[in-house]
Structures are given as C-alpha cells and as structure tokens.
Design a protein around this ligand. Structure first.
Ligand code: DGJ
Length: 776
C-alpha cells in the first residue's frame, strides 16, 4: 500500500494489491481522476489517460487551450458555472443570495499514515497506522477563499477508497452552502448497469438493476432517515457481471439521514457518480472560519463480480466501522416479546416467556415496546421513560433482576427520538417536537419527532437513558425510530438556518449514540427503524447490528437478506424466527426453514414459546444448540450468494441445470422477489467449516436435476457433508446424493446435487429448505 506524489506529471497514485486510484492535476489546476481499477505500476505516469480534444459547442477558460473543456474531463470535486454542466459536488451563494462561481484549485497536499477520524460523524477507522494511508488535497478558490479539503484513504487490505470533503470559509464574508456532496467519481464509460436496493416498510432492500441511460438516474431520501425506500448504497456493474466475474463498482455512504446518490451519463459516454447529503432542502450557513464536514463515502472496485465486492465490504464494515466490545464477539441468541405479546403483557407473562426461552437454550430476553408511561397501544407515552407499574409492579429493575437470576441477559427497547402528544414530556416541552412552531403537524404512528438538532434534547435523553442503564442490569438496547420526519423545522433555529435542520438532527442522534456507547461499552446496541428503515453504515458505527425488517416471514426475508448482503455483513443483520401464520403476510412456513433463513445473521426468536407444541419446542432446542455450535461461521464467516434473486439482468449464482419453466437454475432475468430457489452459504475463516442453505419456495412435481456449485472451500480438503433437516424425509435424494465425504474441488466445480425428489410423494412441500454442513 502506498500513496505517491509524482511532481513531474503532477499526479497522485494511491495503490494497494487490489486497486490503483490515480488523480491528476488538470490544466486548470483542479484534480481529475485518471484511473480507478486494477493496480498499475507505481512508477508509471498516467496523466495522459485524461484526454481532451476540441469539440463543437463547448466552452473553455481564457488562458487555457480550447480543447480543455470541463464538461467532459473527469473532476474530483466539480463546481458549476465554468463549463461543467454535469452534477456539481458543491454549490454556494453569498448570504444575500448571490451565486458563488467557484474555481477550486489545488493549493497543497498532505500524505499521512493511518486514517484521521471525522469530527462529529461516523466513519471507518484503523486499529493501527499500518492498515491505511491517507491523502488530503487542499483546493482553494482564489476569489472567495473557500477551501475544500478532499480526503482520501486507501486501506491496505481492501479494494476500497474512502473519501469525504471538508469545506471551510477562509474568507471574510458569510456564505451559504446549497450542496456539499461527499465525493464525485468520474468514469470514462457508461457501459454499466445501475443497481440499487429499494423497497418500503416490510420489504426493504430488494435488488433493482437497470442499464444506465444518458442523463440523470438517482436514488435519494428526504425522510430524515436513510430509509426503507432507498438504501444509501449503489453498484455499477458491467452487463455481463455475475457473482464470480466481471467488473463491479460499489459506492456507499456512511450516513443515516437524507442522502442522495446521483449517477449521470454525460454527453461523451462518461459516467459521474455523486453522493452525499441530499441537497434537497439543504442550506448550510458558513460564516468566516466555519467548517462543514461531509459524511464519508466508500468506493469499492473489483473485477471478480458481486461476490468479491460483498466479501470486501463485509470485512471492511465489520472490522473497520463496527467498533468496541462487540465487534468481534459472537452475538447472543435472543428472544424478543414483540410479536409474542405486542403491548399486552404483565410481569408474569414476560417471566413465563423468559423461563421457557431459557429452557430452550436462548441467552438474552428483550422486552420490546410498551413497558413505560401508560403505553398500552401506540397512542401515548413515548418520551416518558418511566416504567408502567401496572404492568411491572417491581419496575424494570425488578423484572431485569428476575430474568438475570434465571441465567438470561436482559435487553430493553427504547425509542428516544420520539414523543407522543399524549405524554408528560410533550406537555412539559411542546417546543421540543420537530415543527412545533407550525400550526398543523403530521403524525406518524400517532407520534411526533423530538428535535435532535437541539443540544438540550440530546442532553436530556442522555441523562434519562444513562440513568436507566446505570440502575438496571441491561446488556442490550434496541433503539427504534418509527416514523419519517415531516414539517422539518426547528423552534431553536433562526429562519436562515432552517435548511440545516436535517443534518443537525443526524449530528444530534450520532452524539447521543456516541455518548451512550462510550459510557456503556459492554451494552450491545441494535438499531431499528420500523424494521429496516435506517439500516445503514452510519448506524453500524454505533450499533453493531440492526433489525433488518419488520417482516419476519422467511420467504420475504430471502429477498431482504439477499439485498442486504451485498454490502452489509451477516453479523449486522438482525434475523428472528417468528410464529405461523406469519403476522405480516399470513404465510405458514416450516419451522426449520424459518430458522434456516434467520441463522444467517444475528439470530433470535420473536414468538411465545409457551404456545408451541412439545415437538416444536424440541426442534427449537435443536436449532439453538446447532446455532451455538456454528455461530461463528454464521455471524463472521465469509458469505456467498449461490443462487436466487438476480442482481437482475443475469443470474448472479452459479447454479446449473434445472427443469425448463420452473424458474430454477437458469441464467436469465428473474424479477427480484420472484425467485423460486435461493441458496447461500457461509464459510469459516480457515475454510474448514461451512454451512449451505437451499430454500425451494414452491414445490414442483416431477422436478429435473440441478446442482449448486459451492464457493470459498479449500479444493484440497475432504469435507464431511451432512444434510440437517429437522425431520428428514425418508430416503430423500438430497441426503442420498450429498451426504458423506466429498472433496473440496468436487464441491466447488460440481456442487451439491438436488432436484431428485418430488415425483412420488417424497417432496418436502412448499417453502422447503435444506441446510448442509461441511467439515473438513
Ligand atoms: C418497530 C420495530 O421494528 C418492531 O420490532 C417493534 O419494536 C415495534 N417497532 C415496537 O413498536
């Protein structure tokens, strides 16, 4: 790993064993990207890769050759107004609204070992300076003395470049920022597909893939959270890219608020990616001497397909973003009472659930919503974080102590950012609610949002929650956030600062998270927002896991966890087994399949074990024992998608064969969420242990044969293959063909053999699954 400055050609070369990122200073003295891809020789010179020629209908700056037109040269932090008509990284105006036409020119640079932290914002980090090297380019506008520090980090072990920008007003007049993207990446071709992870409540992060077309295509959130609608991460992939081959470029924003990721295909077949805080509604006052820090953006490049990108991102986020006590520790198996009781519980009911859970081998009991104020439904009491003694006469402490005495850890749900109009907190501090100065406000789940941009609100919440965490033996916190923000104005901000509200809100949330996680380092935080409405890298920097979705149906979860897995590691994905019929879709799936899908994450249960039959209890006991034995592989293993939802346009998996018309086994377009067969696997760090899940959504009569080649194994090792059905179907082909000692190279090149059953009643039926373990 190195960052080299070549003064003769005025270029910077960031290089490790996986990528080179080469920045050239252009004729106008601004930086432009000459190359991002597989590593090139560090001693080579590459400025000539930035090409410009005379074209019709172009502009050029006086004193520079007419061939140098900003509209099609690659630019690292582009401005508008001097001939580049593509998306700018930054736009400013004076405090009186006069447009500031910036001319950001290179002034100086610094190269340092390691990675500096970002004030006030979550970001990736290194354990030692040997793991990364960073470059800071200072650009300056000569007229307004605006300085932009463009920061770069190259990691030793990942094909990833971290970028962000700090914007400083070094002049004497007050300015206003209208747009401050974290980074722009200009590519010299538009022959890419645009892939994003979109959805809604209970169906988050479904993969969407479409070819790039001239003009703008984008995803964004203006909801106050990163959102269930569009996750702040995208990929560009060559049309032919699959799970195992082809060029793929990922861009992810480490931010939990309003974001925007824009992709623009320019008029000369070039592609610009610009990402950062959503400029919609954003205005930031920058007085002389002020600095605005933008969130970190991560760019990942590979020519080994989606699978390789995911492995790199899982490791980077898991080891260099998640932090603290829980980073590398196995996460406990939990039981959460939400779907078991909703708001209707008392101490006895909770203790009964906990006792049965303990008997099943579960390790952590989590008390969800409804324990405080007068909260018996979702109409009141958010903000009143005092126990409801009608339900819990001995308080949270009394309940927690009884649970801890049973040998379980105790976890608690909170929703600190919210307040119900029917609450003591609201009656005392009506102005603490977002939009309080407006006459009419919009409710979401009967609640208002607390103004986290106000220091006194953050302070109050810190005092309240730290008191709770100090008094009660709490090992785990589920931090929820159950609505989008409306009427985004703050009673504490003057009129000309209202455009700062959304970002200040996020800074307040991060500050509260930072203080609580620093004060209580052993508490495991799980973030949640009506399920996966704030499942993002910003949250992961504080909460090592996140509740992936309110949809706990195993079949819908296939699509959700599939999409989530492109960037986020399994240890971050909260996944639970719930009761049937499923509460979100009414589907009845086998208990084994529900567990099989949830195993590939931070595992738990969300049901009342006292309502289970003895045979279901026995099965859960076996699931819990099994998960404990394989937990490290499930949570921290290398995760591979084998077959299932395409990143669309072509199968991403390596499955071969399959009966025509079944939707099984063909490279070919299957819309996301509509795949009949999904398979994925996790492999231990030393490649000696692996688990493979295969889920067949609908059973087919008289099926054809197919096979699923495996990945990540050691070709030279022999593996003992076992099929782990809870209730094996007698003489099942899946067992006959696969169990026994098999060589790694055969499992990689041929794979597991399936599709033999189903012609004479041997089928497991709809929503069947097989879980194979491999031990070498
Ligand atoms: C939404 C969460 O996603 C659920 O798991 C549950 O905690 C409810 N909120 C409680 O209100």
């Amino acid at each position: 790993m190195a960052i080299v400055w070549h003064p003769d050609t005025r270029e910077f070369h960031l290089q490790n064993s996986y990528v080179s990122y080469i920045i050239s200073l252009l004729p106008d003295n601004s930086p432009g990207l000459a190359y991002f891809g597989r590593p090139l020789d560090l001693e080579g010179r590459y400025s000539r890769l930035v090409r410009f020629e005379d074209r019709g209908l172009t502009t050029h700056q006086s004193g520079l050759p007419s061939s140098f037109c900003l509209d099609y040269v690659p630019r690292e932090y582009p401005t508008y107004g001097r001939g580049d008509y593509r998306i700018p990284a930054i736009t400013l105006e004076t405090e009186h609204g006069f447009p500031v036409i910036l001319d950001l020119q290179y002034r100086e640079h610094w190269i340092v070992q390691g990675k500096p932290s970002v004030p006030g914002l979550p970001a990736t980090y290194c354990d030692s300076d040997a793991e990364a090297e960073s470059l800071m380019l200072t650009l300056e506008d000569p007229s307004y003395q605006v300085q932009v520090d463009v920061h770069y980090t190259i990691f030793r072990d990942y094909p990833v470049i971290a970028r962000r920008a700090s914007i400083r007003n070094g002049g004497v007049q007050a300015l206003r920022i209208l747009r401050a993207y974290s980074a722009v990446l200009d590519l010299d071709s538009s022959d890419w597909d645009f892939i994003h992870f979109s959805g809604a409540w209970a169906r988050e992060r479904h993969v969407v893939r479409r070819p790039l077309a001239p003009g703008l295509q984008s995803i964004a959130s203006s909801r106050g959270s990163s959102s269930a609608q569009h996750n702040p991460a995208i990929m560009l992939a060559r049309r032919e890219a699959t799970e195992t081959a082809g060029e793929v470029l990922g861009a992810l924003l480490v931010y939990s608020g309003n974001h925007s990721i824009e992709v623009e295909v320019g008029s000369h077949g070039d592609t610009r990616i610009a990402l950062g805080i959503n400029p919609f509604g954003f205005k930031w006052n920058l007085s002389p001497g002020d600095v605005l820090e933008t969130p970190e953006a991560l760019f990942c490049y590979t020519d080994h397909g989606f699978g390789d990108l995911s492995l790199s991102m899982h490791q980077l986020l898991g080891r260099h973003l998640v932090r603290g006590w829980w980073r590398d520790r196995e996460r406990p198996i939990l039981i959460n009472n939400w779907e078991a009781t909703y708001f209707q519980f008392d101490e006895q009911k909770l203790l009964d659930i906990a006792r049965s859970a303990k008997d099943l081998g579960i390790e952590l009991f989590v008390l969800d919503d409804g324990w405080f104020g007068k909260r018996n439904d979702d109409r009141s009491s958010l903000g009143d974080w005092e126990v409801n003694r009608d339900k819990l006469p001995q308080g949270i402490e009394g309940l927690a102590c009884k649970i801890v005495d049973m040998g379980l850890s105790f976890g608690l749900w909170i929703e600190p950012e919210m307040v119900n109009p029917d609450s003591n907190l609201y009656r005392q501090h009506p102005d603490w609610a977002v939009g309080s100065i407006l006459e009419r406000r919009t409710l979401g789940r009967n609640q208002l949002v607390l103004d986290m941009s106000r220091l006194e609100v953050v302070e109050y919440l810190y005092d309240t929650l730290s008191q709770l965490l100090s008094q009660v033996p709490i090992s785990y916190i589920k931090w929820d956030m159950n609505r989008h923000i409306t009427e985004p104005v703050s009673a504490a901000l003057p009129a000309d600062r209202q455009g700062e509200f959304f970002h200040r809100y996020m800074l307040g949330v991060y500050e509260l998270y930072r203080r609580l996680t620093e004060a209580f380092p052993r508490v495991l935080f799980e973030s949640c927002s009506a399920g996966g409405n704030r499942f993002d890298a910003g949250m992961l920097a504080f909460a090592p896991q996140a509740w992936a979705s309110d949809d706990s149906d195993a079949i819908e979860r296939l699509a959700i966890q599939w999409g989530t897995s492109f960037f986020y590691p399994p240890s971050a994905i909260g996944a639970h087994v719930s009761a049937v019929p499923n509460h979100q879709v009414g589907r009845i799936t086998p208990l084994w399949t529900r567990a099989g899908v949830a195993f590939f994450g931070a595992f738990g249960y969300e049901l009342d074990p006292n309502k289970l039959s003895e045979s279901d209890k026995a099965e859960i006991r076996a699931q819990v024992d099994f998960y404990k034995a394989w937990r490290r592989v499930f949570q921290f293993g290398r995760f591979y998608r084998l077959a299932g939802f395409c990143a669309a346009g072509g199968a991403t998996g390596g499955m071969t064969g399959g009966p025509a018309g079944t939707g099984q086994g063909w490279p070919g377009s299957r819309p996301a969420g509509n795949s009949n067969l999904v398979a994925w696997m996790s492999v231990s760090e030393d490649s000696r242990r692996a688990v493979v899940l295969i889920v067949q959504v609908l059973a087919r009569p008289n099926p054809g044969f197919y096979r699923i080649p495996l990945r990540g194994l050691d070709p030279d090792l022999s593996y003992q293959v076992r099929c782990r059905p809870a209730l094996p179907v007698k003489d099942e082909a899946a067992i006959r063909y696969n169990e026994g000692l098999r060589q790694g190279d055969e499992l990689i090149n041929v794979g597991l053999l399936l599709g033999g059953d189903g012609w004479n009643g041997l089928s497991r039926g709809d929503f069947a699954s097989w879980l194979f373990t491999l031990e070498g």
